[in-house]
Design a binder for this molecule. Structure first.
Ligand SMILES: Nc1ncnc2c1ncn2[C@@H]1O[C@H](COP(=O)(O)OP(=O)(O)O)[C@@H](O)[C@H]1O
Ligand SMILES: [Mg+2]
Length: 233
């Protein structure tokens, strides 16, 4: 919806954690886990970072098996999937190792459904040691603890938190041209009513901007907004 990625705190922390994977001392594993509620901007942050680096990004699906997952990974690596999963895994390992390509695995909660999938990801990591980011919802952090072998390979943990007022301001500034100002009180109302969820904050700011444009307002106050909902009708 919005091509601009606002440098909110979660994005900055994710970027720092990602950079650390490259700066790690010998022997420190290079897997990061980004976790947090839906709509907090995890996938957006991942997309933003992998686009800069030409990394490989894959989103796990609920129905995935090792076969379907590795086939899609091969495709994401620019290859033609083969029938034998061992050959596909080999291809992925070779491709990632060649350029030290980072791998982003979104919706990683679904990996937890089948041990074999998590083990395959671990095999790929162990064979390549390329920087890897697993992205999941809040429960993933606890669930992954039960798989010690995987857990021990995670060196960076980032929790995507609810946006605070400063974050809402950052998003607003990215979305508006310089001429329009949104009163702080209105942004705080937006933060509260969205529980700091990025998805709804972006929708709300869009609606506020539309109101400003429709009424040719340069400053939009909480009073201008009135009681209208930020989201929905
Ligand atoms: N940093 C950001 N800058 C601008 N918009 C963002 C940002 N983060 C999230 N969004 C908006 O919020 C929506 C939901 O974010 P998403 O990354 O899909 O969340 P998650 O993966 O945590 O569920 C995105 O489609 C985008 O519109
Ligand atoms: Mg997501």
């Amino acid at each position: 919806m919005n091509p601009i990625v606002a440098p909110v705190k979660n994005v900055v922390r994710a970027q720092i954690s990602f950079n650390r994977l490259y700066e790690r001392p010998m022997g420190v594993p290079a897997i990061a886990l980004w976790h947090g509620d839906s709509g907090r901007g995890k996938s957006t942050a991942a997309t933003h970072i992998y686009n800069q680096l030409e990394g490989v990004y894959i989103s796990v699906r609920s129905a995935d098996t090792v076969t379907s997952l590795t086939r899609r990974m091969v495709e994401e690596c620019g290859g033609e999937p083969l029938n034998a999963k061992s050959r596909n895994i080999e291809y992925i390992i070779r491709h990632l190792s060649l350029n030290n390509t980072p791998l982003f695995i979104d919706e990683a909660d679904y990996l937890m459904n089948k041990n074999e999938m998590l083990d395959t990801v671990r095999d790929i990591y162990d064979a390549t040691e390329v920087p890897m980011v697993l992205i999941g919802m809040n429960k993933i952090a606890r669930r992954i603890e039960s798989n010690r072998q995987f857990f021990n390979r995670i060196s960076e943990w980032v929790e995507f938190k609810a946006a605070d007022l400063e974050d809402v301001k950052t998003v607003a500034n990215c979305m508006m041209d310089d001429q329009i100002t949104i009163e702080e009180e209105l942004l705080e109302r937006l933060r509260k009513s969205t529980n700091g969820e990025m998805r709804r904050i972006v929708i709300g700011i869009n609606k506020i901007i539309s109101l400003a444009n429709a009424n040719e307002l340069l400053t939009i106050t909480s009073r201008d907004w009135g009681d209208a909902p930020f989201h929905g009708y």
